[in-house]
Design a protein around this ligand. Structure first.
Ligand code: AMP
Ligand code: MG
Length: 269
């Protein structure tokens, strides 16, 4: 499955309205067919993650960004289902604490980047500092505008030091968000996920789309590409993201480290 379809090429302009959140061009089977493929991919991901951990050479950073209800939690649950939690860390970035705000915006992010043999998943990220911060005018424009350069330099640093970076924008339509927010209101077990503030963010949808478009266009690089993933169908989203991650890990061409001794020379008594 060629997943390049959703990769934003460095320097390309981004018009999110031209990216269909309902697109499913890479899979023409049914949802049940897709579930089978997702299951097989998850198994493959499990094996690759074990290899990554054993080899202890590569570091992998996966950034997830989306509007509220966009599916970040779902991707983490589904795509990484069954992966050994040892070696996979999830870091969520919420409203900064006073201590975090007293520092530069990358200060809280850097400690959560992956070490050798690890996969780190960012549920939101340093991109909030050019998204929510921009949309709400939390810092002056000239300040957030300079952040694209910092972010590119930061990600280049991580890549130069051996980190493979993948960034996913889970792209849902405004109508789909409406349906998902309503579903949260209708299901008592999902009330905890609903925040009144989400409605305020929803009213700023167009501002967010403009902020996302610029952020993605300015920071999709060869070493840290953005993928705009059609998000309206959860199974298609999970299928495509799983495929991209598996293909990326396969390309690392990892090997189990050689044994320290010749196993035939040792007898376990
Ligand atoms: P959630 O991911 O739904 O738990 O919500 C986390 C909230 O924290 C979202 O509304 C984000 O926009 C907000 N948030 C995350 N990072 C920042 C930041 N750097 N500045 C302001 N708000 C942020
Ligand atoms: Mg939320």
């Amino acid at each position: 499955m060629p997943t390049d379809r959703y990769r934003i090429h460095p320097g390309a302009a981004v018009d999110l309205a031209a990216h269909d959140p309902d697109d499913r061009a890479l899979f023409d089977g049914t949802r049940d067919d897709a579930e089978a493929v997702i299951g097989a991919q998850t198994k493959r991901l499990e094996a690759l993650q074990e290899l990554l951990y054993a080899e202890n050479q590569h570091k992998v950073l996966i950034v997830l960004q989306a509007m509220d209800t966009g599916g970040k939690d779902g991707v983490i649950r589904r795509v990484f289902d069954g992966v050994n939690p040892q070696g996979v860390k999830v870091a969520g970035f919420k409203k900064p604490t006073p201590d975090e705000l007293a520092h530069d915006y990358l200060w809280r992010v850097h400690p959560h980047t992956p070490g050798s043999g690890e996969i780190a998943i960012f549920n939101r990220s340093h991109y909030e500092d050019v998204l929510v911060v921009r949309v709400h005018g939390l810092v002056p424009a000239d300040r957030w505008q300079r952040r694209f350069d910092h972010i590119n330099a930061f990600e280049k640093l991580l890549a130069d030091e051996g980190t493979t970076i993948l960034k996913f924008f889970l792209h849902i339509s405004k109508d789909e968000q409406k349906a998902r927010l309503q579903a949260r209101l209708d299901d008592p077990e999902k009330h905890w996920k609903f925040r009144v503030g989400d409605l305020d963010e929803r009213r700023r949808w167009d501002d967010y789309m403009a902020a996302y478009a610029e952020a993605i266009a300015r920071t999709s690089t060869r070493h840290a590409p953005w993928y705009v993933i059609p998000g309206n169908r959860k199974w298609y989203r999970d299928l495509v993201i799983g495929r991209i991650i598996v293909a990326t890990l396969e390309a690392l061409d990892m090997r189990f480290p050689p044994p320290e001794i010749d196993p035939r020379s040792v007898m376990v008594e």
